[in-house]
Write a protein that binds this ligand. Structure first.
Ligand SMILES: Nc1ncnc2c1ncn2[C@@H]1O[C@H](COP(=O)(O)OP(=O)(O)OP(=O)(O)O)[C@@H](O)[C@H]1O
Ligand SMILES: [Mg+2]
Length: 229
């Protein structure tokens, strides 16, 4: 079998080898300056070599536009949808509070509509799930508890793995533990592993999510809308 990854710069080939084999990806060869152009509601990972840019546009439907610079290990998250709920400001606040916890991506900087984060790996799937995941799940829960944080949206696409370490990302809907979810927030939040609309249990959700990854039964459906049931 031909080794497709060998046709690309090593860094890009390594990235291709880490991504979920179930996700259909198309590699685009573009001009250097085009490689980093964000694509609405998609995740783009890129690197450049001389005048040429190599990039993958993932088929997943994110609420944000994500651009991953593989050379700088820099993630740019451009938040557009749901900005009226203050999700960017909330995420910045939680990322700062959790900075020393080791469970969340380091925040490099932020603007009014963008976050600049360290790259912390690919979403968890059967192929990259570390065997000690129950121990790592407990460590994530302990860090959330000690910082008073309820994440509320734990699912496989918000759990990433880099070098065998699991990170929890995407704190736009996190709340202080014990605080009620504002009634006007979208009803679709955390629907993969929640107890009910606006009823979340991070412990149940992280074990359900990672268990689904282990069984190869990841729920990747995205149904947000303003009030889907
Ligand atoms: N720091 C990071 N490191 C690695 N990958 C990241 C990082 N931040 C985001 N991603 C990737 O981009 C995807 C979308 O990012 P994120 O979950 O933060 O945005 P979102 O649009 O709020 O997502 P959702 O659709 O879950 O609401 C993630 O599933 C992950 O694959
Ligand atoms: Mg997410």
């Amino acid at each position: 079998m031909r080794n497709v990854a060998a046709d690309y710069p090593p860094l890009f080939g390594r990235y291709l080898a880490t991504i979920d084999p179930d996700v259909g990806v198309v590699v685009e060869v573009v001009r250097r300056e085009e490689a980093s152009t964000p694509v609405a509601h998609r995740k783009v990972a890129f690197c450049v070599s001389g005048a040429i840019g190599y990039r993958v546009v993932a088929d997943e439907h994110a609420l944000s536009s994500i651009s991953i610079d593989l050379e700088r290990r820099l993630v740019t998250k451009h938040v557009a949808a749901y900005s009226e709920f203050g999700i960017l400001e909330r995420e910045v606040d939680w990322l700062r509070r959790l900075a020393a916890s080791g469970i969340a991506p380091p925040l490099r900087s932020a603007t009014a509509d963008r976050l600049f984060l360290d790259y912390v790996g690919e979403p968890v799937r059967r192929g990259n799930l570390p065997s000690d995941w129950p121990v790592q799940a407990e460590a994530i829960l302990a860090a959330l508890t000690s910082h008073g944080c309820a994440h509320n949206d734990i699912k496989c696409d918000n759990l990433t793995v880099a070098d065998g370490k699991i990170h929890l990302i995407d704190y736009g809907w996190a709340t202080p533990i014990g605080q009620a979810i504002p009634a006007h927030w979208p009803h679709g939040i955390g629907r993969q592993h929640r107890l009910g609309v606006h009823r979340f249990d991070d412990r149940a959700a992280i074990f359900a999510a990672l268990g689904s990854a282990e069984r190869g039964e990841v729920d990747r459906s995205v149904v947000m809308g303003h009030n889907p049931t």
